[in-house]
Design a protein around this ligand. Structure first.
Ligand code: GTP
Ligand code: SPV
Ligand code: MN
Length: 592
């Protein structure tokens, strides 16, 4: 197999000349192809078969111990002007970046097979979807891309069709070119480079999801956010979930929480018992990425560009996320989890089973740390999820009623508040902060600003990005209402104050009733908060003092927070929109 699209053929030839693989394989995405690759990986030790009785067609991959998470310090946005990447990104001049990474790619696929992986982000027939081609020497990456994207023949057909149309019109190609090699898996020889103007990605030296599955963070967030700016849409680090009320109305909500801060869990939420009895249902559209744009009716329409979930394993249990657990008994790839004596996958938070091997394949010994790496993950098709909705395949996307921002903050930030209007909501998103997690290498638990949960993923200057967000406030626009949540407040004993997970629906219910004008709120300078009586806490074991504390506004604390937000906005210099600074100043003045 090859392609009739000259530009693609040319690029693949150029890459082969540079990397010198023994063989080139064009992926068609078929079952037969996947079976052959699986056999190859089992034979080579890239995959281990898990218990076929309990987990048919499930596999374990153990990565190199130094290659278990995203590497933000080695990730670059390479725009011609440094200012366009912004202080929120590491930058390298494009010619220097190409020279550096091409030096690593030279001859790196000798003795290996080069896989050409055409993929589509979004429903294959959607006008909102975009395609790409990833070249990789990792069969593990191919297997994951097959689950996470629409990969193979249909994607190639769309790329060729669009390519032919554009060539005829004298226009540039629209598919993203991603070149990936696992190299030597040496952290000293590892780079993830983005060239947004050229729709190009080059990633060397890591096999980990966010660094290596180039359709995901590299394409669908960094390159796509850059493209979206000039084309009038948004590419966001958000889950998309449908909430069906007892009247049968479904409201779609998109929520941006930083990595490992609860997107997968909220996307698959199971309503508390009383809600279930009343007829509430939750529908999963996506758990990590949302592409959205205003429709003809002024509402914001969203698609999930992905076809699968690459989710955090630890903490996933029948208690916290039964829908996620249910989809992990067949056709799943596990990365860096432990295993039990009868070869079932195991991670911390599972009440049953006992690990005998840890994520590195050693005999489990608590002295070595947890059995599963804290950032161990599962890869599984979205269709495996019991709450998955066919609306996820709608080429037009789903209309959003609300956008939610949130972070992991053990103090200060209330359980929920509502932004007064779009500009205030954009400020709320831009000001987000969260404690860092194991999803990226580096310290865990350090509070940092993470605007719209996009700090590691915005492909351009955050100042320009805030301005782009503000630009959607147009006459005739029917924009979603914006909220902020914090499931992670802790008490003096260090325990989470809010039960979280399924009970988060109580907070979503309040939000949606605000959207439809059926719920009350207290206005404060920071935003509108529910009174304790505005939340439905039927059947919840939560004492009144805790609920009150979760919904209280700490004025002194917020004064300091507003000062810090002011410094943060200033760090983007002239690029920060004046409207955002003015909004912040107004709130600070009201608090004073
Ligand atoms: P990425 O895939 O890294 O982008 O992360 P994500 O946002 O999808 O994170 P995920 O839902 O997998 O959550 C990761 C961690 O947050 C797990 O340890 C969960 O147990 C925990 N978590 C999720 N929701 C809640 C909640 O409502 N309350 C508490 N206390 N913890 C939660
Ligand atoms: C994240 O870190 O936000 C993830 C996992 O969703 S990865 O795709 O590896 O970036
Ligand atoms: Mn993510």
């Amino acid at each position: 197999m090859s392609t009739k699209l000259d530009s693609l053929k040319q690029w693949v030839d150029d890459v082969a000349r540079l990397t010198q693989p023994d063989a080139i394989h064009w992926c068609d995405g078929s079952d037969a192809e996947n079976d052959r690759l699986t056999e190859l990986m089992l034979a080579g030790g890239d995959l281990l078969r898990l218990n076929p009785e309990t987990h048919p067609n499930c596999f374990l991959h153990r990565s190199s111990p130094s290659d278990v998470a995203r590497v933000e310090h080695l990730t670059f946005v390479c725009t011609p002007e440094r200012e366009d990447a912004g202080p929120n990104n590491h930058w390298m001049a494009p010619e220097d970046a190409h020279a550096k990474i091409d030096g690593l790619f030279a001859g790196c696929m000798k003795g290996r097979t080069m896989y050409v992986v055409p993929y589509c982000m979004g429903p294959i027939d959607s006008p909102l979807a975009r395609c790409g081609v990833e070249i990789t020497d990792s069969p593990y990456v191919v297997a994951n891309m097959r689950i996470m994207t629409r990969m193979g023949a249909a994607a190639l057909a769309r790329i060729e069709r669009e390519g032919a149309e554009r060539a005829a019109a004298g226009q540039k190609d629209v598919y993203v070119r991603g070149l990936h090699s696992i190299g030597e898996l040496d952290p000293e020889r590892r780079f993830i480079m983005h060239f947004p103007q050229d729709l190009t990605i080059k990633s060397y030296g890591s096999g980990y999801g966010g660094n290596a599955l180039l359709g995901k963070k590299c394409h669908a967030l960094r390159i796509a956010s850059f493209q979206a700016r000039s084309e009038g849409w948004l590419a966001e680090h958000m889950l998309i979930v449908g909430i069906e009320n007892p009247q049968g109305e479904v409201h779609y909500v998109a929520a941006a929480f930083p990595s490992a801060c609860g997107k997968t869990n909220l996307a698959m939420l199971i309503p508390p018992e009383g809600y279930r009895r009343d007829g509430w249902k939750v529908w999963t559209v996506g758990d990590d990425i949302c592409w959205m744009r205003p429709g003809a009716d002024g509402r914001m329409y969203a698609i999930n560009p992905e076809a699968g979930f690459f989710g955090v394993a630890p903490g996933t249990s029948a208690k916290t996320n039964p829908n996620a657990l249910a989809m992990l008994y067949k056709d799943a790839i596990f990365t860096n989890v432990g295993v039990t004596a009868d070869n079932q996958p195991w991670w911390e938070g599972l009440p049953e089973g006992k690990p005998v091997k840890d994520w590195q394949g050693r005999d489990f010994d608590p002295a070595n740390g947890p059995a599963a790496h804290p950032n161990s993950r599962f890869t599984v098709s979205a269709k495996n999820c019991p709450s998955w909705t066919p609306m996820a395949e709608d080429p037009q996307g789903v209309p959003l009623s609300a956008i939610v921002f949130g972070g992991r903050r053990e103090s200060l930030v209330p359980l929920v508040f509502e932004a007064r209007d779009w500009t205030h909501g954009v400020l709320v998103g831009a000001s987000m902060a969260s404690e860092t997690t194991a999803a990226a290498t580096g310290a865990v638990g350090v509070v940092r600003r993470d605007s719209m949960a996009m700090k590691p993923f915005a492909g351009y200057n955050f100042g320009d990005y805030f301005a782009h967000w503000l630009s959607f406030d147009q006459p005739g626009a029917k924009l979603p209402k914006i909220f902020h949540v914090n499931w992670f407040r802790k008490n003096a004993a260090g325990k989470f104050m809010w039960p979280g997970f399924g009970d988060n629906l109580r907070v979503l219910e309040w939000m949606l009733k605000r959207v439809t004008g059926q719920a009350g709120a207290v206005e404060t300078p920071v935003g509108n908060l529910p009174k304790p009586s505005d939340l439905n806490i039927d059947g919840l074991e939560l004492d009144a003092a805790t609920l009150e504390a979760l919904l209280q506004l700490d004025r002194e604390g917020w004064k300091a927070e507003m000062e810090s937000i002011g410094e943060y906005l200033d760090s983007f210099g002239d690029r920060t929109p004046h409207a955002l600074k003015a909004e912040r100043a107004k709130i600070a003045a009201q608090l004073a």
